[in-house]
Design a protein around this ligand. Structure first.
Ligand SMILES: O=P(O)(O)OC[C@H]1O[C@H](O[C@H]2O[C@H](CO)[C@@H](O)[C@H](O)[C@H]2O)[C@H](O)[C@@H](O)[C@@H]1O
Length: 270
């Protein structure tokens, strides 16, 4: 993993234009929270802004562009929030996929649902008298402590204890922005979801854009073959480039739907 802050994407747009002009097509993959929508206190609040919707639809409508939204959110929640037809979706960090109109869930994740229900109930009981709460995402769960940051270690302890009690080794913990994520122990992440899509797009340029720790797997997957863009100023990222915040993502989407598509169309024009 690169430890230097990657260069800003804005200085590299001429190079990106060249890569698009050489590519068979564009596979545009994006995270949702902190990328397409800003971070909010209430996890129910984030919505896809109109400018982003228009740009993503313009990309979708190009015959040599495919779009995928890849999120830690539950697939049903993500699809409802984004609500763009004709694109691919991955929910629960890739454990749920919606491709070509069909939804699938990783079989091991499906089998662990009952254990997860018990774990969620246990965590809820342990955190009952706090402001922390559990977002039950059917095959994974997220414990939110944004409104009680002083409870961070208490949340970790509660999740660890609940997993040990119910299904030791069956679930793993990861951290995100003021959250602890609890996912079934399965060798499958956002990087694998991206790699599955890349396999169907020979000679296309894959781009992945995201802001959080689970997006790093996708950046690593694309390090040799595509382009990763980290949203934020963290230095520890495997992404090739960075941009500041979700507003910058909107500007980039606008550029891509305009100049990026023009570059793609210029292939063979000279
Ligand atoms: O992969 P993503 O699309 O980035 O999803 C990651 C998690 O995002 C959500 O939590 C984050 O956003 C919330 C709303 O802005 C915020 O309140 C929370 O503190 C953030 O961590 C979502 O609720 C989780 O399920 C996703 O896993």
């Amino acid at each position: 993993m690169t430890t230097d802050t990657p260069p800003t994407l804005w200085d590299s747009l001429p190079a990106l234009r060249d890569r698009l002009a050489d590519a068979n097509g564009l596979l545009f993959c994006t995270d949702f929270d902190g990328t397409l929508a800003g971070i909010e206190i209430n996890p129910d609040a984030p919505a896809l802004g109109e400018e982003n919707r228009v740009a993503l639809e313009r990309l979708r409508d190009h015959d040599r562009v495919d779009v995928a939204v890849i999120s830690g959110r539950e697939l049903a929640d993500l699809r409802e929030r984004v609500a763009i037809d004709g694109i691919d979706y991955a929910g629960n960090h890739g454990l749920e996929l919606h491709r070509d109109g069909e939804s699938t869930t990783h079989p091991i994740a499906r089998r662990r649902r009952r254990d997860l229900d018990t774990i969620v109930a246990d965590i809820e009981e342990r955190l009952d008298d706090t402001d922390c709460f559990v977002e039950d995402k059917s095959v994974s769960a997220t414990v939110h402590y944004r409104t009680a940051p002083e409870r961070e270690s208490e949340v970790h302890d509660a999740v660890e204890t609940a997993v040990e009690r119910v299904a030791e080794g069956g679930f793993e913990l990861s951290t995100g922005k003021e959250i602890v994520e609890l996912t079934p122990t399965v060798a499958w992440d956002k990087g694998d979801a991206v790699s599955l899509l890349v396999a169907d797009h020979d000679g296309w340029l894959p781009i992945y854009i995201g802001d959080d720790t689970t997006d790093e797997a996708a950046f690593r997957e694309l390090s040799e073959i595509g382009l990763g863009v980290h949203v934020g100023t963290d230095s520890e990222t495997a992404a090739d480039y960075r941009i500041d915040d979700p507003d910058s993502v909107t500007r980039f989407l606008d550029w891509l739907a305009d100049e990026g598509l023009a570059a793609l169309d210029s292939r063979g024009a000279a």
